[in-house]
Design a protein around this ligand. Structure first.
Ligand code: SAH
Length: 292
C-alpha cells in the first residue's frame, strides 16, 4: 500500500496538525472532513502527494499523510489493548523476526503486533496467529487488511493456544514464537515441540508474577537457553527554542518481555542456559560488554 506516493480514494489517511495531533479518515470522493467548525473536501486530497500541506476552510493548516505503522496502530479501532510501538520495535529485533521466517503468534488481539511481524517476515515468510475470541479475530483482520491490503502470508485461526499449537501437514516447525496473552507459561510446553532448534521464544506480560511463571516454565522445559527478561522505557523530548528537555509525560509501564532460544539436545541441570550478555569469547578472559 505504501509504495504509492499519491493519496487515493478509499485510502486511510491521517491529517496532522501543528501540535502533532492526528485525525484519521478514509478518503471518499464527494465527502467532507469536518473539524472544529472547519471543513475540507476529500476531493481536495485525492490525487495529492503523500505529505501534502492542506488548508481547511477557515485557514487551519494540516499535513495529509499515509500513516506510518506507528501512527496507524495508535488510531485504529481496538478490541484488545495493542502493544505500544516502542515495544513493537524492540520485539521484532529481540525475537529476531527475519525475512522469510515462519512465525507463530498468539493472541492476535487488535492486530498491531501481527502487522509488525508481517512486515518483518515479508512476503516469503508467514505468520500464523491464534486468537481465542471471534470478535477480536475479526477486528484484527479488518485492521490488518485496511492497512496492508491482501495478506496471503497471514493465517488468523480461531484457536486456544493453551490447548496446543497445531502443525499443519506440509508446514515445517516454527522459527519464531511471539506471545501476547495472559498465561504464556501454558503455551511453553507446546512451544517445545512447535519450535525448531535455534528458534526463538518471546512473550510480553504486564506483571511480575506473570514473568516469574513464564521464566519458571521455560526453565522447567529444559530446552530453552539464553533466557532474558527486560522492559523498555521510552522518553520523548521537547525541543523548542531553549526549552530542550524531556517531555513531562511518558508511558511509565507497558509490559515485560521475556525471550529465550531453543537449544538442540536441551540444557543441563546447571542450566547451560547462559544469559546472552555472558556468552564466553573463545577462551578469552575478559568479560563481554553488557549488551545495551
Ligand atoms: N498483541 C495484540 C494484542 C493482544 S491482547 C495487539 O498488538 O493488537 C491478548 C489477546 O489474546 C486477546 O485478544 C485475547 O482474546 C487473546 N487470548 C487470550 N487467551 C488466548 C488463548 N489461550 N489463545 C489464543 N488467544 C488468546
Amino acid at each position: 500500500m505504501h509504495d504509492m506516493r499519491v493519496l487515493r480514494d478509499s485510502d486511510r489517511i491521517h491529517l496532522v496538525d501543528k501540535k502533532g495531533r492526528h485525525y484519521a479518515l478514509t478518503l471518499k470522493a464527494g465527502e467532507v472532513f469536518q473539524h472544529s467548525g472547519e471543513t475540507l473536501a476529500h476531493d481536495a486530497l485525492i490525487g495529492q502527494e503523500d505529505g501534502t500541506l492542506v488548508t481547511l476552510s477557515r485557514g487551519k493548516r494540516m499535513v495529509a499523510v499515509l500513516p506510518t505503522l506507528r501512527d496507524y496502530v495508535l488510531k485504529m479501532p481496538r478490541g484488545a489493548q495493542v502493544i505500544y510501538p516502542k515495544d513493537l520495535a524492540i520485539i521484532t529485533v529481540w525475537a529476531d523476526i527475519y525475512p522469510g521466517a515462519r512465525v507463530f503468534e498468539a493472541g492476535a488481539g487488535s492486530g498491531a503486533l501481527t502487522m509488525a511481524l508481517l512486515r518483518a517476515v515479508g512476503p516469503r515468510g508467514c505468520v500464523v496467529s491464534y486468537e481465542a475470541r471471534e470478535d477480536f479475530a475479526r477486528i484484527a483482520m479488518k485492521n490488518i487488511e485496511r492497512y496492508m491490503g491482501d495478506v496471503p502470508h497471514l493465517s488468523v485461526r480461531l484457536k486456544d493456544a493453551y490447548e496446543g499449537i497445531e502443525l499443519q501437514p506440509g508446514e515445517g516447525l516454527f522459527d519464531r514464537l511471539v506471545l501476547d496473552l495472559p498465561e504464556p507459561w501454558r503455551v511453553v510446553p507446546h512451544a517445545v515441540s512447535a519450535l525448531r532448534s535455534g528458534g526463538m521464544y518471546l512473550s510480553y506480560v504486564p506483571t511480575v508474577p506473570q514473568v516469574m511463571q513464564t521464566v519458571e516454565a521455560l526453565e522447567r522445559a529444559r530446552v530453552f537457553g539464553q533466557i532474558e527478561t527486560f522492559e523498555t522505557l521510552f522518553r520523548s523530548w521537547n525541543i523548542q527554542g531553549r526549552s530542550v528537555r524531556p517531555d513531562h509525560r511518558m508511558v511509565a509501564h507497558s509490559g515485560f518481555i521475556t525471550a529465550a532460544r531453543k537449544v538442540a539436545g536441551g540444557v543441563g541441570e546447571q542450566g547451560d542456559a547462559q544469559a546472552p550478555g555472558m556468552i564466553d569469547g573463545e577462551g578469552e578472559e575478559e568479560a563481554t560488554l553488557p549488551e545495551q
